[in-house]
Design a protein around this ligand. Structure first.
Ligand code: PLP
Length: 290
């Protein structure tokens, strides 16, 4: 990540406001609950030519996460302007950029406003991973597939700032000779990656697991399905059992900054690679403008 633009958001009034700062400015207090507890939410939107991608879907998910954490309802008009402004300031960077926007519960022990900011940065170049594919391992998340229904306080399906687990699994993947992960439920359902949605092609149908399993509703996955459907290809949102993954005609981990990254091995075994499909999906994504 190469930070380029920082907008700090003042949420102390209902209408709020934002202001640009140098990216190394010291703005967050050390007793902010986002820092001390990971108690907050975030989104990362891709940016092409200064335009944030899938903006409305990101804003909707931001509001959904805020509701799950019982944070103040974000003023989406303000956040839309913050993200658009941050992205716009990166119009000339010439490569894929991204805007990460965050809102925390504010200062610990005080009745304070949430803290908010948006950081514009250059995303890692996805060319190689889209071409060569990912070595992925399945890792048990430790919950049943119905955790969101039985235990909503576990916040499965909210995009919170508590991503230490999502980072720890990457280190576990590395120990197993891989670079990414598909989380699974203890009762055998395939879920999502630590920072990506799963799409599988099974019997000619593109399928992704439903967010009712306590996973994020992927904005990239949503755009991919819209484009696949426009090309007349069958898609469905439905459960994928871990046992079905090995027989898939293709598996992809999809996210805002990487697009669709094909999986080339799963738990050390080769997975079918469809370079043409991957290229077509990523070409569709590149064409997007919100
Ligand atoms: N699932 C998780 C856990 C994520 O963190 C992300 C993105 O970071 C995604 C899925 C994919 O979401 P999007 O396509 O909106 O980037």
């Amino acid at each position: 990540m190469k930070p380029m633009i920082l907008n700090f958001v003042d949420l102390s009034t209902p209408e709020g406001s934002f202001r640009s700062h140098p990216t190394d400015a010291t703005l967050i207090r050390v007793d902010d609950l986002g820092i001390t507890r990971g108690d907050g939410i975030f989104e990362t939107a891709g940016v092409i030519d200064g335009v944030p991608l899938a903006l409305e879907a990101h804003l909707a998910r931001f509001a959904h996460s805020a509701a799950m954490l019982e944070l103040p309802e974000p003023n989406l008009d303000l956040w839309r302007r913050v993200v658009v402004d941050t992205a716009h300031q990166m119009a000339d960077v010439g490569v894929l950029a991204a805007v990460k926007f965050c809102m925390t519960r504010g200062i610990e022990g005080q009745v304070s406003a949430p803290s908010g900011w948006a950081l514009g940065y250059l995303a890692d170049d996805p060319t190689e991973v889209r071409r060569d594919g990912l070595d992925v391992v399945t890792l048990d998340r430790g919950y049943r597939h119905d955790v969101a229904e039985t235990s909503p306080w576990l916040l499965q399906g909210a995009k919170t700032l508590s991503y230490a687990v999502n980072k720890a699994v990457l280190r576990e993947a590395e120990r197993r000779g891989a670079s990414d992960v598909i989380f699974t439920s203890i009762d055998g359902y395939a879920l999502e990656g630590p920072s990506a949605s799963l799409i599988a092609r099974i019997d000619g149908v593109y399928v992704t697991p439903p967010d009712s399993l306590g996973i994020l509703k992927g904005t990239t996955q949503g755009d991919i399905f819209t484009e696949l459907e426009a090309r007349g290809l069958p898609t469905t949102v439905g459960n994928i059992m871990v046992s079905e993954l090995a027989g898939a005609e293709g598996l992809w981990l999809c996210s805002s900054t990487r697009g669709a990254a094909p999986i080339r091995t799963l738990d050390g075994k080769p997975v079918a690679l469809d370079h043409q499909a991957t290229q077509a999906i990523n070409d569709d994504l590149e064409k997007r403008r919100s």
